[in-house]
Design a protein around this ligand. Structure first.
Ligand code: UDX
Ligand code: UDX
Length: 473
């Protein structure tokens, strides 16, 4: 059996939330490997190269230190995709795979056009053998498509495709990468495939133990990523479903979650009731799973998983409806302050954030939304809403009117001042330490507070005078 290759040069296409942190950690832990991270987006690359580490394009605790150590040593960010492909022995594909918003599979299937473009570019440019690693979450059997495209390369080059799905969660990415529960590597059951797996195992072995590195066939690996996210999301939809039941039975969802979670077969993590899960993965991956099940003619299985999404939509709408009903059945011309816009704390990512949908509902009812988020910019918030309305086909004139109903502040006090109600959409730690007495004094009375994340102390806030609602209580 031929010996497997030692990797000296890595290229990663896609400098986003996954590619950026993952490659930074690989570069940190493997100083002998040169890591080139490339992206079509020149602004994003410029931000990765900014001398001021506060300007990195994504906010992730601990990322600045890792970048500061490895950047310029063996970690490089550039827009020269062809050169990076040519130089590499191993290429990670970490471009985004959003839900398709057109044509066949619209609203359900994953849009693989970026992945396909990468494969074509790799096939065009390569002059020596390479290992191609799927990092993006992909529908099961995508590796087959990649292999077909790559084979069309006329230069007699051999490409071996691996699947190495990312399990990191945003906000804890660096820790998740350094102390991974597991790394999964799937490959072909051939000598070349097994050798390629070994080359990637070598890289992770620089900081992880053999027990943390799992190997499997390609299809198990691809499917494991989709289903890991589906199982995680299912837990949240389960506890969110119970939160509605708790509210009408005087049970307390945190107490129920605590009691359930003490059963070691269930476990305590991922049982925090919320205004609904967001993020770039859960909804997209479940829709993708549902689409695959329908494709393979498994309607019952598809319906089962789809219910996780339906429940999540219900939870977001339930929260918005609660606000409207509590404010005497209308929020028209009322000022509702949003604390938090990101889909969870410690990230500036807002993809699929519940805040977007709650805002949409309240704006429809005439509310003015005043937002403060510690890490999300005004432009991002406006563009999140604009994108949603554009996708729904709403015309420009109305979009502009609706956008005027959103105001964004750099400071929390300005956002909550003179508001009729405050809604907590993200569980940022700083919200817990606000001077809630002063806030109360500056609000219209009755002062309503809706805690969509269950982070504030009910008794204390009620004592101050707030009319307080917390999910599941
Ligand atoms: C990742 C995964 O790749 C996705 O499959 C997973 O489900 C969610 O997380 P993420 O890193 O979060 O995506 O996406 P994003 O932050 O949008 O980064 C992707 C980057 O790829 C962008 O910077 C984009 O400019 C770049 N890109 C996209 C290219 O360089 N080339 C392309 O053809 C397409
Ligand atoms: C997720 C997976 O956790 C990760 O393994 C995968 O690689 C990518 O998708 P991410 O989307 O970054 O990571 O965040 P995650 O921490 O999973 O949170 C997703 C959403 O669920 C957030 O909106 C969060 O606020 C919400 N959530 C999480 C809850 O509402 N309750 C919980 O108990 C946990």
């Amino acid at each position: 059996m031929k010996k497997h290759k030692k990797i000296k040069n890595i290229c990663c296409i896609g400098a986003g939330y996954v590619g950026g942190p993952t490659m930074s950690v690989i570069a940190l832990k493997c100083p002998e490997i040169k890591v080139n991270v490339v992206d079509l987006n020149a602004d994003r690359i410029a931000a990765w190269n900014d001398v001021n580490l506060q300007n990195l394009p994504i906010y992730e605790p601990g990322l600045d230190e890792v970048v500061s150590e490895a950047r310029g040593r063996n970690l490089f960010f550039s827009t020269d995709i062809n050169k990076a492909i040519e130089d590499a022995d191993m290429i990670f594909i970490a471009v985004n795979t959003p839900t398709k918003n057109y044509g066949e599979g619209k609203g359900m299937a994953a849009d693989l056009k970026f992945v396909e473009l990468c494969a074509r570019q790799i096939a065009d440019v390569s002059t020596n053998d390479k290992i191609i690693v799927e990092k993006s979450t992909l529908p099961v059997r995508t590796a087959e498509t990649l292999q077909t495209i790559l084979k069309s390369n006329g230069n007699n080059v051999n490409f071996e495709v691996l699947s190495n799905p990312e399990f990191l969660a945003e906000g804890t990415a660096i820790n998740d990468l350094l102390n991974a529960d597991r790394v999964l590597i799937g490959g072909n059951n051939t000598e070349l495939g097994q050798n390629a797996i070994k080359s990637l195992v070598d890289i992770y072995s620089n900081w992880l133990s053999p027990q943390q590195i799992l190997t499997s066939n390609l299809w198990s690996s691809e499917l494991s990523k989709l289903t890991a996210n589906a199982f995680l999301a299912q837990r949240i939809s389960s506890i969110n479903a119970l939160s509605a039941l708790c509210e009408v039975t005087e049970a307390d969802v945190d107490e129920v979650a605590n009691a359930i979670g003490k059963d070691s077969r269930i476990g305590s993590k991922f049982l925090k009731a919320s205004v609904g899960f967001g993020g770039s993965c859960f909804q997209k991956d479940i829709l993708n799973l549902v689409y695959l099940c329908r494709h393979f003619n498994l309607p019952e299985v598809a319906d089962y998983w789809e219910q996780v999404i339906i429940l999540n939509d219900y939870q977001k709408h339930r929260f918005a409806k609660k606000i409207i009903n509590t404010l005497f059945n209308t929020v028209s011309s009322k000022k509702i302050a949003f604390l938090g816009w990101a889909f969870k704390k410690n990230t500036n990512d807002t993809r699929e954030s519940a805040s977007i949908y709650v805002a949409e509902r309240l704006i429809e009812d005439g509310a003015e939304i005043h937002v403060y988020d510690p890490k999300v910019s005004r432009e991002k918030i406006k563009s999140d809403m604009r994108n949603l309305w554009e996708l729904k086909g709403i015309n420009e004139e109305i979009i502009l009117l609706k956008l005027a109903q959103i105001k964004v502040y750099d400071e929390h006090f300005e956002a909550v001042k003179n508001s009729h109600a405050i809604a907590i959409l993200t569980e940022w730690d700083e919200f817990k330490n606000y001077d809630w007495i002063s806030i109360y004094k500056k609000m219209y009375k009755p002062a309503f507070l809706f805690d969509g994340r269950g982070i504030l102390n009910i008794d204390k806030l009620k004592e101050i005078g707030f009319d307080f609602y917390s999910i599941g209580k």
